[in-house]
Design a binder for this molecule. Structure first.
Ligand code: AMP
Length: 419
């Protein structure tokens, strides 16, 4: 038997209602904040991600699904959305049509990581990119959007962490300070962190190794070395969050994995999903649009992992999903009424009712069992003596009441059932 590829998951029908609920909340919240949906292709030229995300990052260095297509072009299944949205923004000169573009998306993503709870190789993200504004109001707005969506899902055990990485000039100075601080203890760092020391020193803060964290305990913190403008913007973000009643904590070690961030970065973590606790993360990327060939244009965005969010919902038992039901089940009493039951259900379905009947020529008893299993609100019995005089028996399944209805007047019946 062929099975799904490691790290991918089928989303089977019983799970769909919670996905639909999440998607509808995402759609609604973004609509209220006037974000427009964008959909980009599943794969892109590899160079987009290499240039956009950064060669030294984990994503580009070891997680991308990259392959040569038949024309020997190197293509990659998208591991995240920001680079793709910026590519589309540049390609269609969207900045010329509108000075500020606020996008949102829902899309599968692909990363070849070690699968574990909350970590898959194909997973789904929703998220947003606001391109064209440097105002910290946008940073705060995005954090609030992400927080609101999680709150609307009923999640309680949430922590919003924020930090500022400053601009590249201040960051370079800080990196030198950190390098100086760590130079004496470099040999005591873990292998990964030693690599990061040379390639992407800020990411040392992401290390989960205890001895690394011990060494980092007294390290200088970037937040103390950022430039004036970043500092002021960070103050604005903090004040707006406080005024909007979004509880947050400052995490000076929140550097995030990607190269393109400037100024504000943030993450929302759940206390209920184990070690892969980040539900969403994002930040400002004022240099990325230019880096990918566009005019200098500031941007800010975030991405949220949908599987992980649903896992948190499950663990907090926060979703109240109504049980699935159908409006009408038509029970065929006489076996030779197959084309009649087909026609009748088509009429009701065209009247926008959810209708089911038996395709397998089962007994009346088995059909009744099926109607119960499907939580039918009404059952209509097709056949018998009444049918000869143009009448059918309709049973209300919640009250048990039965009544004779006119088989030819199905519009009226549809209205009755809808009520
Ligand atoms: P990132 O783009 O790495 O900042 O990820 C943003 C969010 O996507 C994370 O906070 C996770 O919720 C989710 N995410 C990232 N990688 C995975 C993965 N391999 N499997 C499931 N969710 C993921």
């Amino acid at each position: 038997m062929i099975k799904a590829i490691t790290g991918t998951k089928d989303i089977l029908p019983p799970e769909i209602p919670k996905w639909k609920l999440l998607e509808s909340i995402v759609n609604n919240v973004f609509k209220n904040f006037n974000y427009k949906e964008i959909r980009t292709p599943i794969f892109e030229e590899t160079s987009l991600f290499a240039r956009g995300i950064g060669e030294e990052t984990d994503i580009v260095g070891k997680e991308m699904y990259t392959f040569l297509d038949r024309s020997q072009t190197s293509v990659t299944l998208k591991p995240e959305m920001t680079a793709s949205v910026v590519r589309a923004f540049n390609e269609h000169s969207l900045g010329k049509l509108q000075s500020l573009n606020k996008f949102f998306y829902i899309s599968p993503m692909f990363r070849q990581e070690r699968p574990q709870a909350g970590r898959q190789r194909q997973f789904h993200q929703f998220g947003s990119e606001a391109i064209g504004g440097s105002s910290p109001l946008l940073d705060a707005e995005l954090i609030i959007i992400a927080y609101n969506i999680l709150k609307l899902l009923g999640l309680k055990d949430l922590t919003v962490k924020i930090n500022s990485l400053g601009v590249p000039q201040s960051r370079e100075k800080y990196k030198n300070l950190l390098r100086e601080f760590l130079s004496g203890s470099k040999n005591y760092l873990s292998e990964d962190s030693r690599k990061r020391f040379d390639q992407n020193i800020l990411r040392i803060f992401d290390s989960k190794v205890e001895s690394d964290q011990e060494i980092l305990k007294n390290a200088p913190l970037m937040i103390d070395y950022i430039d004036e403008e970043s500092k002021n913007d960070f103050e604005v973000v903090k004040n707006l969050l406080a005024e909007s009643k979004v509880p947050f904590e400052i995490d000076p070690k929140l550097v995030r994995g990607l190269d393109y961030y400037t100024k504000t970065t943030f993450e929302i973590v759940s206390g209920k999903v184990g070690s892969q606790s980040a539900l969403c993360g994002g930040g400002r990327y004022d240099l990325l649009v230019e880096q990918l060939g566009g005019a200098p244009t500031p941007g800010v965005g975030f991405a949220a992992g949908m599987e992980r969010i649903l896992l948190a919902c499950e663990n907090e038992n926060s979703l109240n999903i109504p049980k699935e039901e159908i409006d009408l089940y038509i029970i065929k009493i006489d076996k030779d009424l197959s084309s009649k039951v087909f026609e009748l259900s088509l009429n009701f379905r065209n009247d926008n009712l959810v209708v089911e009947f038996d395709y397998l020529d089962r007994s009346v008893k088995a059909q009744m069992r099926e109607a119960n299993k499907l939580n039918a609100k009404f059952v209509l019995f097709l056949g018998g003596d009444e049918y000869k005089s143009g009448k059918l028996n309709l049973k209300n399944m919640s009250t048990g009441e039965q009544q004779l209805v006119d088989v030819n007047n199905y519009h009226q019946l549809s209205e009755f059932i809808k009520k």
